[in-house]
Design a protein around this ligand. Structure first.
Ligand code: DGJ
Length: 724
């Protein structure tokens, strides 16, 4: 397809629509309200990236799209920032698509074929120059959010099988240049979502999961700045992939100063044969831009998750205060013990009582029972009914732990269906936590799991599932399929898990779900579309939590971050005061995971007071704007401020690690308030110097506040109510 640049016509558009098509060949101008994203068809007929950054409203500014010049050893096509480059021709960077036809051709060159504007979405169809292999690219603009999403669908109409070896959601380009910095979240079990910052150098940095789920080790989120952005200033480009399986982000700085981020399905052990007529969709990849630093990038993602990602039925509701029995009882659950805990939990103001692992099959430890999802009659002689009634009568909802994707070799399910576990025939199957993984990619397994969860919900008044996954996939064989198809397991597995959740939710509209994977192993926008909350980490030790929660907050909102108050000494053998533990957990969706039978009267009194305070500020914490005032990585004081959406309330948290040399903690300078407004300060304790005062936003954001925090693990909370 050839276009003459002379034919280009530009249209001035007064009010920016989310998707504008300007000229011929078309230039597409996407307006997110805070940023513009521009792409167009160049003189070679390829779809080319033009711009991603601050908002440019004037349509006339976008001229003809011209490919990049070539240079020695580089083709014009290879130098051009193509929106969705396939591996073909002289292209050497990370491709979005790599495919082999049954007849042995491994060259794909995609050109623009057509486009459609569908409301806030733009769909562009690309076609391979030599075959009828198509790619449909969807760009969805979320007006006013600063965020757009990208997704691709590869469609085989070639008449023969085409095997995809890479299928990415998108390639994002940053302005040509050097000196960028990458921020990402790395971790491990009990140490998830640690903020990592590193310079971007020529070459490829890969962030990925090969574990079959999102992983504790890396999270499918990135931010890139020009090495100078702060919490409050500087240009930040960021993205989050909505996928809970094997994923990959390749951050590539070319030696021609072009930074690109290609992301989608992990190419490792990936192979997706498509017969004629079949198509493969990639996960949605969300991207945003701000020139107001990392703080605003996070707030944009938080607002977006709360308004577009969180299940619609839960957007207007605050998250309830939850009790979970795991750390109190581990597998030793029974009706009397749970009733006792429930009675105590209700008195504290708990709203949702969750019974964790140990209630089913022969589940007395982690060596048996997974797969046998029927109530253990020794522990619950009359089923779950009496416990659920007691919980409901005490004014709480009832939640139950399940781990549906797993099976213990010591279980009735495995004895009946040993072939349902993921395996390579004749090879050992590694057991993680003494368990194997059911091949959820199989439709018979999917239907079985759906039916048993559905039965549990039909037979019991269950309001909430904590859906766990306590090991990662290994030895990913699927012997029932031809060898060439077996690697479809990774994608089909996740899609079937998603489908089960979607169907359960549709059939049981009141059902709420927490995504857990041995802590924070399954936190991403793909699962977050289907669940109310995520379990952040099995590490509930409050000081460690400050770092884990900080990293989480870069990408995801407080409302969906489950945070428990647990007993001490906890992880690392550390002991912190109960108030400190409460205040740390109150920066998310509050839960208690302690053994209430061990609490003194004073502990229970403090807990009831803290829960009551939390209920006063939870809308602000869960749905307000977060300002990370002082990072736990910066020194021995940590402080976060949450400002309610209308600006009427704010909640200021401060945590001292350890005082030394009788030094006083630094002044905390607030942000995000109305300078001319006046706020009444309501501290929860005696730590605030400016007690009993009403202060202006200007004062709080200029002079700031001083706290008398002393010793080790001191902490405080001040609630600010706007009075004028
Ligand atoms: C791992 C979870 O993260 C814990 O909270 C708990 O539910 C255990 N699994 C139960 O086996």
């Amino acid at each position: 397809m050839r276009f003459l640049p002379a034919l280009i016509l530009f249209t001035a558009v007064a009010t920016a629509q989310p998707v504008r098509v300007v000229g011929t060949p078309p230039v597409f101008v996407l307006d997110t309200g805070h940023s513009s994203y521009v792409l167009g068809v160049n003189e070679l007929g390829s779809l080319q990236h033009v711009y991603w950054g601050s908002r440019v409203e004037r349509g006339e500014d976008w001229g003809a799209v011209r490919s990049h010049r070539d240079s020695a050893f580089e083709s014009r096509a290879g130098m051009t920032p193509e929106e969705y480059p396939a591996w073909g021709g002289m292209r050497y960077n990370e491709p979005c698509l790599k495919a082999t036809t049954a007849s042995g051709v491994r060259d794909v060159v995609l050109k623009y074929a057509s486009h459609q504007v569908r409301g806030d979405a733009l769909v562009i169809r690309l076609k391979d120059t030599g075959t009828d292999l198509f790619v449909n690219l969807t760009y969805r603009v979320y007006p006013g959010s600063g965020i757009l999403s990208r997704q691709s669908e590869v469609e085989n109409r070639t008449g023969e099988t085409v095997t995809l070896e890479s299928a990415q959601s998108a390639a994002w380009y940053l302005p040509r240049g050097n000196g960028y910095r990458l921020t990402h979240l790395a971790g491990r079990w009990a140490g998830e979502t640690q903020v990592i910052q590193e310079p971007v150098e020529p070459g490829i940095k890969v962030l990925d999961s090969r574990r079959g789920n999102t992983s504790h080790q890396a999270n499918p989120w990135f931010a890139i700045d020009e090495s100078s952005a702060t919490e409050d200033s500087g240009r930040v480009w960021f993205g989050a992939l909505a996928w809970s399986g094997n994923w990959k982000l390749a951050i590539e700085q070319t030696t021609s100063q072009q930074l690109r981020v290609v992301g989608g399905y992990n190419t490792f052990d990936f192979s997706s044969p498509l017969k004629h007529g079949e198509a493969l969709k990639t996960p949605e990849f969300f991207g945003g831009f701000t020139d107001r630093g990392f703080g605003e990038a996070s707030r944009m993602l938080h607002r977006f998750a709360l308004t577009e990602i969180l299940p619609a039925s839960s957007r207007e509701k605050s998250r309830p205060v939850l009790y979970n029995s795991w750390e109190a009882t581990t597998f030793n659950v029974n009706e009397a013990g749970q009733r006792q805990l429930a009675g105590k939990a209700a008195k504290l103001g708990i709203e949702l009582f969750v019974m964790d692992d140990g209630w089913f099959g022969a589940r007395d430890n982690d060596r048996a029972g997974l797969g046998d999802w029927y109530v253990n009659r020794k522990k619950f002689p009359n089923g779950l009914g009496p416990l659920i009634s007691a919980v409901n009568q005490a004014g709480m909802k009832f939640g139950l732990w399940v781990e549906p994707e797993m099976v213990n070799p010591d279980s009735d399910l495995f004895r009946k269906h040993p072939d349902w576990a993921i395996q390579f025939p004749g090879r050992p199957r590694t057991e993680g936590r003494n368990q194997l993984i059911l091949n959820m990619a199989r439709n018979d397994v999917k239907e079985y799991i759906f039916d048993l969860l559905d039965k549990l919900l039909v037979e019991n008044k269950i309001d909430f599932f904590k859906w766990d996954m306590n090991r990662h996939i290994s030895e990913p064989g699927w012997p029932q399929l031809p060898v060439a198809d077996q690697r479809k397991l990774y994608v089909a597995y996740v899609n079937n898990v998603y489908e089960i959740i979607d169907r359960l939710r549709a059939k049981h509209p009141g059902l709420e779900i927490e995504s857990c994977s041995g802590g924070g192993g399954r936190i991403d926008l793909g699962i977050m579309r289907r669940v109310e909350q995520v379990w952040t980490s099995d590490n509930t030790e409050a000081f460690d939590r400050l770092r884990i929660q900080e990293g989480y907050s870069y990408a995801y909102p407080a409302k969906e971050m489950m945070a428990w108050v647990t007993d001490v000494p906890n992880m690392n053998g550390r002991t912190t005061p109960l108030k400190y533990r409460f205040l740390v957990a109150m920066m998310g969706s509050l839960g208690i995971g302690a053994n209430l039978n061990h609490w003194s009267e004073a502990d229970s009194k403090l807990a009831a007071e803290m829960i009551a305070t939390y209920k006063e500020i939870r809308k602000t914490v869960q749905e307000g704007s977060l300002y990370r005032l002082i990072s736990p990585r910066a020194g021995n004081l940590t402080s976060n401020l949450y400002v309610s959406s209308g600006g009427k309330q704010a909640a200021l948290f401060a945590f001292l690690h350890s005082q030394q040399f009788r030094q006083e903690p630094p002044t905390i300078v607030l942000k995000g308030l109305e300078p001319n407004a006046v706020y009444r300060l309501k501290p929860v304790d005696e730590k605030l110097a400016e007690r009993g005062r009403e202060l202006s936003g200007a004062y709080l954001m200029g002079k700031g506040l001083n706290f008398n925090l002393t010793g080790d693990f001191d902490s405080t909370l001040v609630v600010l109510e706007r009075v004028r």
